[in-house]
Design a protein around this ligand. Structure first.
Ligand SMILES: Cc1cc2nc3c(=O)[nH]c(=O)nc-3n(C[C@H](O)[C@H](O)[C@H](O)COP(=O)(O)O)c2cc1C
Length: 184
């Protein structure tokens, strides 16, 4: 499988970082785009440098519109934008394609491939909500960074794994990141 993971400047960089590590462990080809704000927030929240991302996949600059993932002819199995800022959400909802991230997201929608969006903001104003609705109508999966607590988590990584488990589920990727409801 080939999955694109985009990390933006919303809080919760750990979700994106953990997802690319999981995909790498599962042997899935991963193409990584981190926005400038995404790189800064990841360094601030997690102490992780942009260079470290290349340990887990092929990293493209968000300015590189010549990258393979900018074209629908380059076959991938989907894309996750995790965490997704309201800025990037607005760009995707507006059909804008002036960065590699927004272009690749548009490619997912036009090629009818899976686009998983993990927005992070609170509270949400009307335009945020309308942008999510617009993207959902265009075929994206909106999966807010809102982990469940029914497995009684006590550690941050359990909350992170909960979200990433649902993202992997959306792509149909087998994993053992969380205990499923109803399992012993
Ligand atoms: C520490 C920090 C946390 C932020 N958290 C959020 C957030 O949770 N959601 C959001 O939409 N923007 C958040 N922002 C603002 C975005 O980083 C900002 O809008 C930026 O332009 C997003 O750019 P991008 O979409 O290209 O990554 C945060 C900024 C900082 C510095």
């Amino acid at each position: 499988m080939k999955i694109i993971v985009a990390i933006t400047g919303a809080s919760g960089a750990i979700y994106g970082y953990s997802l690319i590590r999981s995909l790498h462990q599962l042997g899935i080809d991963t193409y990584i785009i981190a926005t400038e704000a995404g790189q800064k927030v990841m360094a601030y929240e997690c102490g992780i440098s942009p260079e470290e991302l290349s340990n887990y996949g092929t990293v493209y600059s968000n300015a590189d519109l010549f990258a393979p993932v900018a074209s629908g002819s380059f076959k991938t199995d989907g894309m996750a934008v995790i965490p997704c800022s309201m800025n990037t959400l607005g760009a995707m909802a507006g059909g804008i394609g002036d960065t590699l991230l927004s272009r690749a997201a548009g490619v997912m929608l036009k090629e009818k491939r899976r686009l998983v969006i993990v927005p992070r903001e609170t509270p949400l104003h009307l335009i945020h909500l309308e942008n999510m609705l617009r993207l959902a109508r265009a075929g994206a999966d909106i999966m807010p960074a809102a982990p469940g607590f029914y497995n009684r988590p006590t550690q941050i990584w359990e909350l992170v794994n909960f979200m990433n488990a649902r993202v992997l589920d959306a792509f149909g990727i087998e994993h053992s990141l969380m205990k499923r409801w109803g399992e012993g």
